[in-house]
Ligand binder design. Structure first.
Ligand code: FMN
Length: 198
């Protein structure tokens, strides 16, 4: 069964490296027969207003619909000043358990240098409490991002290795997404008493 996987490019830049990697991973999801039509939320091209927003019927309504239909998500977080970029943090101010609750998520750190780990530890520490997204124990860090994933064929051994690792983590995400499908029918998510996590 083809899964519905949504990729979130978490940069506020219009032509971001995060969006480039998201497009590449989307192609791999198709090539690996995990998802026939991956969907992309590019926060650089369809930005959300800074929370709080007066109008939840605008861009957020579109993003929310896409997320509600997801079986799993890929969250691409660029490292800016040793942090997760603000666009991706802002998304988690909007997204709740109806969009993300008990769905598996693969984290992908993006860095033009040797960084990329800080946004992942930040998101693992804070971003899931109220929406209950389930981050996989495995994640991906795309370092020297400008030098990899630029064409259909890998250009060098580093490019090949990150592509192989990407496939491995995407396969894992597919297994989690498949296994967790029945879970959401078992967990009562509409209990108003416990709408927020502790
Ligand atoms: C404001 C700003 C701060 C940055 N700080 C870091 C940093 O702390 N560590 C790092 O590895 N890269 C840093 N970078 C470089 C980014 O990793 C690089 O621009 C990457 O392409 C960002 O992804 P994006 O193109 O999706 O925005 C920074 C970039 C910007 C624009």
């Amino acid at each position: 069964m083809s899964l519905n996987i949504v990729l979130i490019a978490g940069s506020s830049r219009a032509n971001s490296q995060s969006a480039k990697v998201a497009a590449f991973l989307g192609q791999r999801l198709q090539a690996l027969d995990i998802c026939s039509a991956p969907r992309l939320i590019d926060l650089g091209r369809a930005p959300l207003p800074l929370w709080p927003a007066d109008d939840l019927n605008g861009v957020w309504a579109d993003h929310a619909q896409v997320l509600r239909e997801a079986d799993g998500v890929v969250v691409l977080a660029p490292e800016w000043h040793g942090m997760a970029a603000p666009a991706v943090k802002n998304l988690f101010m909007f997204a709740g358990y109806k969009e993300l609750g008990h769905k598996p998520a693969l984290l992908v750190g993006i860095s033009s240098g040797q960084g990329g780990a800080y946004p992942l530890s930040e998101l693992r520490a804070s971003s899931y409490k109220n929406n209950r997204v389930c981050y996989l124990p495995e994640h991906l860090i795309v370092r020297y991002v400008e030098t990899v994933m630029n064409s259909s064929e890998s250009q060098n051994s580093d490019d090949l290795r990150i592509r192989q690792r990407a496939d491995w983590t995407l396969e894992m995400l597919g297994h989690y997404a498949q296994a967790m499908l029945p879970l959401r029918g078992l967990i009562a998510m509409d209990n108003a008493e416990f709408a927020n996590g502790m």
